[in-house]
Design a protein around this ligand. Sequence first.
Ligand code: ZN
Length: 280
Amino acid sequence: MKTVHKGTVPFCTIGRKGNVMRARTFLLAMLLSVVMSFGLVACGQTSSSSASSSSASSSSAQVTSGAELNADEQKAFYITEITDDIFARIKGKSFKDDCTLPREDLRYLHVLHKDKDGKTHEGEMIVNKHIAEDVLDILRELYKNSYPIEKIRLVDEYDADDERSMEDNNSSSFNFRFISHTNRVSKHGLGLAVDINTLYNPYTKVVDGKRIIEPVTAEPYLDRDATFDYKITKDDLCYKLFTEHGFEWGGEWSDRKDYQHFDMPDSKIAEWYPENVEKS
Ligand SMILES: [Zn+2]
């Protein structure tokens, strides 16, 4: 459903007699509505002025559908920098002692999400500043459309242990780590990858004839033809929104599958973190 601009009165409805008072009232109302909507954006996105201007995609890719949010719901979707309080929660956990990503490159997202029973929950996620606005838009659209996400908690609540977080079906993004045997940082380590409904959308790869599954408890969900809650498919809104915002889906990789995983393409990593690109 397209957004219709309600309350915009065309100028021609102001009487031909040129009632100055009505025209003034009209202009005042217009001014007030502009100021109010600006205020709403400002309070909904604390510190957004310092958020990145090089967003992953243009806003034209947004899907406008689902129920419109009320004022309280709108306020629940916001972005902040990593305040001291938030930093205290992640230091030594997802923000490890050897973290090479500056704290200033990260953003905290506060969101709402609905589980499979339609119950609303508060969610928290830390992502890279370059994708903060995109991920907020995506999670807002998913909420508006009641796309089920069970948990969106900081991985720090699981002591930054990915396996524990995934077994609990938690959705998250930033967790600093280097790619094994390299000095390059993984996309989750840069906060440029997002995992959704992780238990039901596992990672899997065959190594030396042996199948690896992460989380280890996700074997029942490897059958992607089976029907179960929280399954991400190529037809669903989660896939559609992430890919519209420039992300790639791990469910489409050929040498391995990572059904929970959406990340920014290597070309964006090279643009934003050129020092992190593999030297050949
Ligand atoms: Zn991932």
